[in-house]
Design a protein around this ligand. Structure first.
Ligand SMILES: Cc1cc2nc3c(=O)[nH]c(=O)nc-3n(C[C@H](O)[C@H](O)[C@H](O)COP(=O)(O)OP(=O)(O)OC[C@H]3O[C@@H](n4cnc5c(N)ncnc54)[C@H](O)[C@@H]3O)c2cc1C
Length: 401
């Protein structure tokens, strides 16, 4: 009989792991606490080894066809006037080749697995009992499910992880992000427009490929826990925080009550171990490096790929999860070493700070400076390629819908 994996979380790491296991003949079930596939958020980058995983999964064409078409990164002033531009063709700073909406990448992965994976939305794991030869999960709808392994792909603030790995720690970075999907207007263009509003606040407006516009308000504060407030309170805080800001802020604030909205506190996951018995963490739940790293989606794809392969290769789950962790953890830990000065660097406090941030981006967009910084152990970019993926031993197109 085929082995069964229960996976919690249907964003990137969860469906990617389902695809990896399904193409190796496993039975897969995914529980997701949201009532339907979540499509909020902005672009995510897929680069380095993450791109190689897409190739192995036969997803390159689907992803290439769903990129946002972003032309590059532009810094703008309070009136929207351009201060500096970094087109995608000239630099790796900012926009990369594969910029895809997080929701679109998730949809591609879920579509690929929809006929082979049992998706259960509005459902979560309430209890896990490791019985040695299998693990039994009690779900929020009262059902119990037996599995060979439970993979927790619930993101940075995973609650199921707390059941099995209570020593997981989150390193809070003191920055909040509110992602808002806006109706597209004639003035919206194909650039990632980034306005430093000073006072450690930023406004971002980016194109998408779905006829809408993706906005982001980010700000830094010492106050913790705002991500746990309800939406109305978060909207009130955003309105107060950005009340005096120009550029696109008034338009974004006006849309806060009704637009698709996702609010999160930025942080990194720090775990002394990635598994306990038959439960294992993957993606942001294992090693969130934060959106500042630009690496989280590549890490989710790489983690799912390596974990899927090792689980299938070894009958003993301890050997499998040990091999997975020892290969992927160094990659994650390097990605967690953020550019010195981040996240303050991206959210300057003063005019002088803003000039410093622009000077940094200008310098790092120069190939020689960027390489020199890397040689000094201070890379401008995280190590997207710095992992040896194991040879791929499964058919690419075994799973088709
Ligand atoms: C709605 C949303 C929007 C995002 N937008 C951006 C963005 O614009 N830019 C960016 O860089 N990153 C964004 N991210 C984070 C980004 O997706 C991840 O950093 C990266 O892709 C790794 O993905 P992941 O699958 O490991 O975790 P995540 O993408 O965080 O997904 C975790 C999934 O698990 C589900 N979940 C959480 N708890 C439970 C539970 N107890 N039971 C069942 N399901 C649970 C969540 O609803 C979510 O679907 C966003 C994440 C989400 C959920």
């Amino acid at each position: 009989m085929s082995r069964h994996a229960l996976i919690s979380g249907a964003s990137i790491a969860g469906p990617a792991l389902a695809l990896e296991l399904a193409r190796r003949g496993w039975r897969t079930t995914i529980v997701e606490r949201a009532p339907k596939l979540r499509d909020e958020g902005q672009n995510v980058d897929v680069k380095g080894a993450g791109r190689e995983v897409l190739r192995r999964l036969g997803l390159v064409d689907a992803v290439a066809a769903a990129t946002t078409g972003e032309r590059g990164l532009r810094f703008v002033d309070d009136e929207g006037r351009v201060l500096a531009s970094f087109p995608v063709s000239e630099t790796d700073i900012g926009t990369v080749e594969y910029e895809i909406l997080r929701g679109e990448l998730s949809r591609i992965l879920v579509d690929r697995t929809s006929t082979v994976t049992d998706y259960r939305f509005d459902t979560r794991i309430e209890d896990l009992e490791d019985r040695g030869d299998r693990v039994v999960a009690t779900l929020s709808d009262g059902e119990t499910l037996s599995a060979d392994v439970v993979a927790i792909a619930e993101g940075l603030r995973s609650s199921t992880r707390d059941l099995v790995l209570p020593d997981a720690r989150i390193r809070e970075l003191g920055m909040y992000c509110a992602y808002v999907t806006l109706p597209r207007t004639d003035t919206d263009d194909a650039w990632w427009n980034w306005h430093h509003a000073l006072g450690r606040r930023s406004v971002h407006v980016r194109p998408d490929n779905l006829g809408t516009t993706r906005a982001l308000l980010s700000f830094m504060t010492d106050v913790r826990g705002l991500e746990t407030l309800d939406r109305a309170d978060q909207a009130t805080i955003l309105r107060r925080t950005f009340a005096d800001v120009g550029y696109a802020a008034p338009r974004i604030l006006a849309a806060l009550d009704d637009a698709p909205f996702y609010f999160d506190a930025i942080g990194q996951a720090r775990l002394p171990r990635w598994s306990a018995g038959r439960a294992v963490v993957v993606g942001d739940a294992a090693g969130c490096a934060s959106p500042i790293s630009g690496m989280s989606t590549s890490i989710a794809l790489v983690g799912a790929h390596v974990l899927g392969g090792e689980l299938d290769r070894h009958d003993d789950h301890r050997t499998a999860v040990g091999a997975y962790e020892s290969r992927v953890r160094p990659y994650v830990e390097r990605a967690q070493r953020l550019t010195p000065g981040a996240p303050e660097l991206g959210n300057p406090d003063t005019r002088l700070g803003r000039a410093g941030t622009l000077a940094f981006f200008r310098a790092m967009s120069h190939p020689l400076v960027s390489r020199a910084a890397g040689l000094l152990g201070r890379p401008s970019r995280p190590p997207a390629d710095e992992i040896d993926l194991p040879a791929d031993d499964a058919p690419t197109a075994a799973v088709t819908s």
